[in-house]
Design a protein around this ligand. Structure first.
Ligand code: ATP
Length: 199
């Protein structure tokens, strides 16, 4: 599995549709200060579900929409799509290419798409679990991230190893099952109370 393509439209400094193709090997993005290099990585994190405006260097989520320039009006929505080659079926979907899209409007309305079909953020998060790809995963190392990793609590550092070991999805399923069990136990207790009242 490898990253093939990134498409951005109306995202941060990319007012027009911008397409970046990533061929196998190393790709370097170069450009003057303020030309939008970091906006490219912000786009990747955003499409994978980043919810924190601050970590995308804004103050509110609307800040990711092109806000206009001296020569251009602001736009009303933005869209980012990321495409992975999935010939090796590392992503658990029966497609040789997987495209994830996120769109957001100034009104606040937003949607996620998986191969152009609407889906939930949860579907995307689960799809990439244990692959190292994700808004918090180790495939994206931002400025200062190594320092963060070294200075965080050992439990937080452990999460990185768990992702690499491929056990995150099992932990997440266990948590969901425990939640359901808990709800069922509460229902059972309520039922027992009702039975006692009826006796
Ligand atoms: P450096 O080399 O200094 O780190 P960079 O190439 O990484 O710079 P970015 O930080 O990616 O550049 O881009 C910053 C530019 O993006 C700024 O000019 C800023 O005005 C522009 N920008 C950010 N958000 C928006 C937005 N919503 N609308 C329009 N332009 C935006």
């Amino acid at each position: 599995m490898h990253l093939k393509r990134l498409e951005m439209m109306g995202f941060k400094s990319f007012a027009d549709k911008t397409e970046l193709e990533f061929v196998p090997g190393i790709t370097a993005v170069v450009g003057p200060n303020g030309s939008g290099k970091s906006n490219v990585t912000d786009g990747i994190r955003w499409v994978l579900g980043e919810q924190s405006a601050k970590s995308l260097r804004g103050s509110k989520m609307e800040d990711v929409i092109f806000a206009g320039s001296d020569s251009r009006k602001p736009v009303g929505f933005c869209e980012v799509s990321i495409t992975f080659d999935n010939a090796d079926k590392k992503l658990n979907l029966d497609y040789s290419e997987v495209t994830v899209t996120r769109r957001v409007y100034r009104s606040g309305e937003s949607e996620y798409l998986l191969n152009r079909q609407p889906c939930r953020l949860k579907d995307i998060t689960e799809l990439f679990m244990d692959t190292g790809i994700g808004k918090e995963a180790y495939s994206m190392i931002g400025q200062g991230r190594i320092d963060d990793i070294l200075s965080t609590k050992s439990e937080d550092r452990r999460a990185i190893f768990e992702e690499a070991a491929g056990i995150v999805k099992y932990k997440s399923r266990k948590k969901e099952a425990e939640k359901k069990l808990d709800a069922t136990e509460q229902n059972l207790a309520r039922l027992n109370d009702l039975v006692l009242e009826l006796k």
